[in-house]
Design a protein around this ligand. Structure first.
Ligand SMILES: [Zn+2]
Length: 499
């Protein structure tokens, strides 16, 4: 991460309001929430931006279908995103809507600069446009004349537009990506972007004549800003409007694969056009791309009817359990991942009810029974490793060390290996369970045994404290509950078993 006086700027994409929030959006947003909480615990100042993307022909169409004005429609769907993030306990710094007046004004300002910097020119666009994708497509994008994602024929469009001189900036962008100054992860995503650049790209139209639901070009009000330019600029307009440019540039853009090219080609290009083509310190440091979601092996789609609303999971499992279940479905990044809905109950029961929940209950109950003094848990670094155990050289210590050596918790998180970071915590849980099974610390046959068992329980409490600290970025409420229980020795079930 870049050093900007201890400041970090993390973003999710802004979500297009043509559909309600689903677990794909939830997954990306959760991942940034975890990183934000992690870095804040480490003492960094983090600006976490999310929001909704609300302009374009597709939204106008969807609003009309719903019998609403575009603004009413956007207000409603944007509200659903806010509610979902509240229910998931997402601690964002700001929620941007591209229909915010302040955003619209800054976009106009930005484009005025691009124009005066000589990067915009008028031209005629004639080509095909897929409204579903909100982008111009060429024949090589189509399968049997149709957009493969939307299964519909693109519209023929011929109109006067304003164009952005993308082509002249491509060699620079290519060099920045190749040298990792603009780091694209995973490696496969980087090759994909470089492949697109090598194929060659034309200048892009940055305005539309026939789309009225958008931001007007400041110097030609009959044209609206292309929705992608409008959307990408949100990362910049928010900090500008809040007077928080000390967080700039972006440290990490997290996104799904389908929008990678916009973030790794178009976005750095318009920033270079604005700031000057040697201003590489203004560009995002990293774009990280995760795979597509499938649900029980099938692509999520309205037609199949398998779109999962995160609110439904929260109702069933609770906030923290939903956070856990979503983040542990598959390795983060790279390949596509499958969410196995049919196995969520099983996973909840095994990892949360029997795993974490049962361990906490066992240890706290034993502590009460043996009248072990409640343990004062020093707030440890989330990075772990600082717990001081009573039983030196014991099997407990050995098990804990082994569990810790299996995964490097901090390194895993900093490299967005979220599932591995959680794996590190569950290794510790497993190690504690093993200790309880072998040491049987409830046996009180004689005084010597009792003293030993008290020590074991105290050590388990210390490790539980450490587990709670590590859980904070992932399951903040659960972490607090565990810390509360080990401070008071009062056991409360964390995750009731599902039948
Ligand atoms: Zn399409």
């Amino acid at each position: 991460m870049a050093e900007k006086d201890n400041k970090i700027y993390l973003t999710t994409p802004i979500y297009y309001v043509n559909s309600k929030p689903h677990i794909g959006h939830a997954y990306t947003t959760l991942a940034i929430d975890v990183l934000t909480r992690y870095y804040r615990i480490l003492g960094k100042e983090v600006f976490f931006l999310t929001g909704t993307d609300e302009h374009g022909a597709k939204i106008a169409e969807a609003a009309q279908k719903a019998g609403k004005t575009p603004q009413e429609f956007c207000d409603e769907i944007s509200g659903l995103f806010k509610t979902a993030w509240q229910n998931l306990n997402i601690d964002y710094s700001y929620f941007i809507r591209t229909t915010d007046k302040s955003h619209e004004e800054k976009v106009a300002e930005f484009l005025n600069v691009l124009k005066s910097n000589g990067y915009l020119y008028e031209g005629e666009y004639a080509g095909k446009y897929c409204v579903g994708c909100e982008k111009f497509v060429t024949d090589k994008d189509l399968v049997d004349g149709k957009c493969p994602d939307h299964k519909c024929e693109p519209q023929d469009v011929a109109e006067e537009n304003w164009f952005f001189k993308l082509r002249q900036l491509l060699p620079k962008i290519k060099e920045l990506i190749e040298s990792d100054k603009l780091l694209i992860l995973p490696e496969k995503a980087k090759s994909e972007v470089l492949g697109v650049i090598k194929q060659g790209l034309d200048d892009v139209s940055i305005s539309r004549k026939s789309v009225s639901w958008g931001i007007k070009l400041p110097w030609e009000e009959s044209q609206t800003v292309y929705v992608w330019i409008d959307a990408l600029l949100n990362y910049w307009t928010v900090l500008q409007n809040l007077g928080k440019m000390e967080f700039w540039p972006v440290d990490l853009h997290l996104m799904g694969r389908e929008i990678l090219k916009f973030h790794c080609i178009m976005w750095p290009a318009i920033l270079l056009a604005y700031y000057g083509d040697d201003a590489i310190d203004q560009l995002p440091k990293q774009a990280f791309c995760h795979g597509y979601f499938t649900i029980d092996g099938q692509k999520m789609s309205k037609t199949i009817g398998n779109i999962v609303d995160p609110n439904d999971l929260i109702k069933k499992y609770g906030t923290d359990a939903t956070r856990y279940l979503l983040l542990t479905q598959f390795p983060f990044g790279g390949n596509d991942g499958d969410v196995s809905l049919s196995r969520l109950d099983e996973k909840y029961n095994s990892d949360l009810a029997s795993g974490l929940g049962n361990l906490v209950a066992r240890v706290v109950t034993l502590a009460t029974k043996l009248k072990v003094q409640p343990v004062r848990i020093a707030t440890q670094s989330v990075a772990g490793g600082s717990a001081k155990l009573k039983v030196k050289g014991s099997r407990l210590e050995q098990n804990i060390l082994e569990a810790k050596n299996k995964y490097n918790f901090s390194l895993a998180l900093e490299n967005l290996k979220i599932d591995e970071a959680l794996g590190a915590i569950w290794e510790l849980i497993g190690a504690c369970d093993k200790i309880i099974d072998t040491e049987k610390p409830w046996e009180l046959a004689n005084e010597k045994l009792k003293t030993k068992n008290e020590k074991v329980i105290k050590d388990l409490l210390v490790v539980l404290g450490e587990i709670a600290e590590m859980l904070k970025p992932f399951m903040p409420q659960t972490a607090d509950k565990i810390l509360e229980q080990i401070k008071t020795n009062k056991s409360e079930p964390l995750f009731p078993r599902l039948n």
